[in-house]
Design a protein around this ligand. Structure first.
Ligand code: ATP
Length: 387
């Protein structure tokens, strides 16, 4: 049972990292079967425990069909047997060489004038086979906009650019795929909106830019800028003022299976098309405790409770605050449709769950059930989880 397993943990007890050295010889390693009672999942887990005498290190190996190679990238949070692990780096040259070339990082931004096209732009990102590693809606202060665009300080368009970039909500996204920087710049099109419209009418700027400064999106211009400067600017700190309104609002979550299927952009497009305002948006990776906390009210009430918890923490989800002048909770529930997608396809074929849901657990989106819980659920993500 262990031959298709993943290394679950590798705690080096010696001073050197064993995996960076020559492979151990047979006589240096001793293998055992072992078990561990996982209290979170209420399950007995089976492992192969290997002990390496050469440096007193261990390896635990177990079958793990839920995980795939695409889930493992630098910065990813993965939940394995009720433990949340952060992937921090590559442990050997083979992995680094093989995966680095497959996963260049770029920083994309949907600028304030792209706000009403957030869903459409995210749909294009998935269609072009980028992976979204991180995503966060923020509202830059003037000082933060000046810092981000410091390289243009003194140019004639600088003040206008800073005013514009701090004038409304933006969405920052860390994207990856092979040759991501160039691929994203090709997808967004020329900086100048007139050139974009004339020469690349189907590019993002060709479709959505409206003047020299208001050109809908941003893209990094070099690998160093993307990772060290720009991604860090948005995701390496938490000093942005809150964007959620916590008023007349309700919570939506694009569930992990729908994120993995690349449907998040199309789902958000529908939300925007029906005139809901998306006032906060962020990708989260929940652990099992957070997921169980969030669904606590369903415990003992709906038979699917445990499966709902498992699905929500299985990989990244995208939470968003939805605002409407009145009836936000009820109207958004109506757009999502019946909880069972099979039923939704028969009764309400235009709803989100009818179009993107698979079954009662993987039903594409979560929406708040009760009027009085709308703001509370928004607070769970954009107050408690965010901080
Ligand atoms: N001549 C200009 N007039 C007005 N605004 C400009 C001008 N040149 C650049 N800008 C604004 O400044 C931003 C940054 O300019 P830059 O030359 O770095 O272009 P870019 O790399 O294509 O854009 P971005 O950095 O936003 O991806 C542009 O996207 C645009 O919003």
């Amino acid at each position: 049972m262990f031959n298709v397993g993943v290394v679950l943990s590798n705690f080096s007890l010696g001073s050197n990292n064993r995996s960076l050295r020559a492979p151990p010889k047979e006589e240096d390693r001793y293998a055992f079967t072992a078990s561990y009672y996982d209290t979170q999942a209420d399950l007995m887990r089976q492992y192969q425990l290997t002990f390496f005498t050469i440096d007193n290190s261990i390896e635990m190996r177990a079958e793990y069909p839920k995980l795939s190679l695409k889930d493992l990238y630098i910065g990813a949070l993965v939940n394995i047997h009720s433990r949340q692990l952060k992937i921090e780096g590559y442990a050997d040259d083979f992995t680094a060489n093989k995966l680095n070339s497959q996963a260049e990082i770029t920083l994309a931004m949907i600028k304030p004038d792209g706000y009403y096209h957030i869903g459409d732009i995210i749909a294009e990102i998935y269609k072009a086979e980028f992976r979204i590693n991180k995503m966060k809606m923020v509202h830059l202060t003037k000082q933060q906009a000046e810092e981000f665009y410091a390289v243009h300080y003194g140019k004639p368009f600088y003040n206008n650019l800073v005013d514009f970039m701090s004038s409304g909500r933006i969405v920052a996204l860390e994207l990856s795929k092979p040759d991501a920087i160039q691929a994203w710049r090709n997808l967004i099109g020329p900086t100048n909106f007139e050139v974009a419209r004339r020469e690349k009418p189907n590019s993002i700027r060709g479709k959505f830019a409206s003047d020299g400064t208001r050109n809908a999106v941003h893209g990094s211009d070099s690998s160093e800028n993307a990772k060290i400067v720009e991604s860090n600017f948005f995701f390496g700190r938490n000093s942005f003022k809150p964007v959620a309104l916590f008023d007349n609002s309700t919570l939506g979550i694009v569930k992990p299976h729908a994120v993995n299927a690349g449907s998040a952009g199309s789902i958000l497009s529908q939300v925007q098309k029906y005139n809901f305002d998306i006032t906060a948006l962020q990708m989260f990776t929940l652990d099992k405790v957070n997921s169980a906390d969030f669904f606590e009210v369903y415990k003992g009430v709906v038979p699917e409770y445990l499966n709902m918890v498992e699905e929500l923490c299985s990989s990244p989800c995208i939470a968003f605050e939805v605002v409407k002048d009145e009836n936000a909770v009820e109207d958004f529930r109506s757009l999502c449709g019946p909880a069972d997608p099979e039923l939704a396809r028969v009764l309400r074929p235009n709803t989100i769950r009818a179009q993107f849901g698979q079954d009662k657990i993987k039903n594409a989106v979560h929406c708040t059930d009760l009027e009085e819980d709308g703001v509370l659920e928004v607070e769970f993500f954009f107050n408690i989880m965010q901080s």
